[in-house]
Design a protein around this ligand. Sequence first.
Ligand code: ATP
Ligand code: MG
Length: 335
Amino acid sequence: MNFSVADHRPLVLTGMQPTGRLHLGNFLGAAYHWRKMLEDYQCFFFIPDLHAMTVATKAPQLQDNTLSCIAQYIACGLDPAKCTIFLQSQVTGHTELAWILGCITPLGQLERMTQFKDKALKQKEFIGTGLLYYPILMAADILLYNADLVPIGEDQKQHLELARDLAQKFNSRYSEIFNIPEPYMGSVGARIMSLQNPKEKMSKSDPSAMATLHITDENSVIRKKILSAVTDSQNDITADPERPGILNLLNIYAAATQMTLESAVEHFKDHRGYAAFKNEIADVIIALLEPIRQHYLSLREERDYLLSVIHEGAMRAQARADTMLSKVYHTVGLL
Ligand code: ATP
Ligand code: MG
């Protein structure tokens, strides 16, 4: 693949925090769509390791999560020969631009962010300012590359809205230098819920082991987690928001088989009881994830290769970031 500066394809930028092992929501709501973009877009897939610092993690753990995340990206089908994979902390410009954007962000808008409120509730003893500032750093991640399209799950909609607001605000206050980035969201899989509490989204940082289905889970673990997913005391299969456990399993099945939710309901309409329903979903997920896990396990042995991927990625990303940051500094009047 020729990563020339003359590449005029629209630029896609997105990432997943190395806060833990990637899960089914990250795959069905994100990576699955990303890999379909490799041919038609210039894809910048980064690993927001600075964002991950909003969760207290020991240094060896963060390093391990980061290497594991690079391997999981590649195992999910993000071919480094066709995209730019890099670490946020290895490119200067993200935090610099975040500072400048922070100066034009109303404090109230940050305090109203749903994810800040949800995560702050979970971090009872200490809420770092980084958690509040996170959406500004995310806006900087996107605007630093003048991304055209940002693939996200539903949970990131509000943050992307802020990035768009800040781009517009900057453009009207100073000069029109930023694209207004568009969100890209798949129709199914955009919100996979926890298997134990289907009213909450599945999340890397969920402490409950059975709630989150990791893409590198062994087949037997996948089946066990799906069979013990919380449902209800009825016995038919309907897509009813009042029955969030069943609805979540239907969504998972629909996203994994790339069918509509309606077709998934039709498929299971004669089922009574949940055992066969859950086993069929487990079969589909195992078939989907098994090759990814195998590829991941072999990549995990190749530390030098993983480091070379991010090294090359950082060089390409830095070239683009430098151009944009100089433009921003000049525009705001920094000498
Ligand atoms: P954390 O709990 O640390 O925030 P996370 O599971 O929310 O982790 P992120 O790294 O924040 O994962 O998000 C990576 C991508 O995965 C984003 O595009 C996000 O919208 C998407 N995503 C996260 N959780 C889900 C989910 N449950 N369903 C669908 N998409 C999801
Ligand atoms: Mg998240």
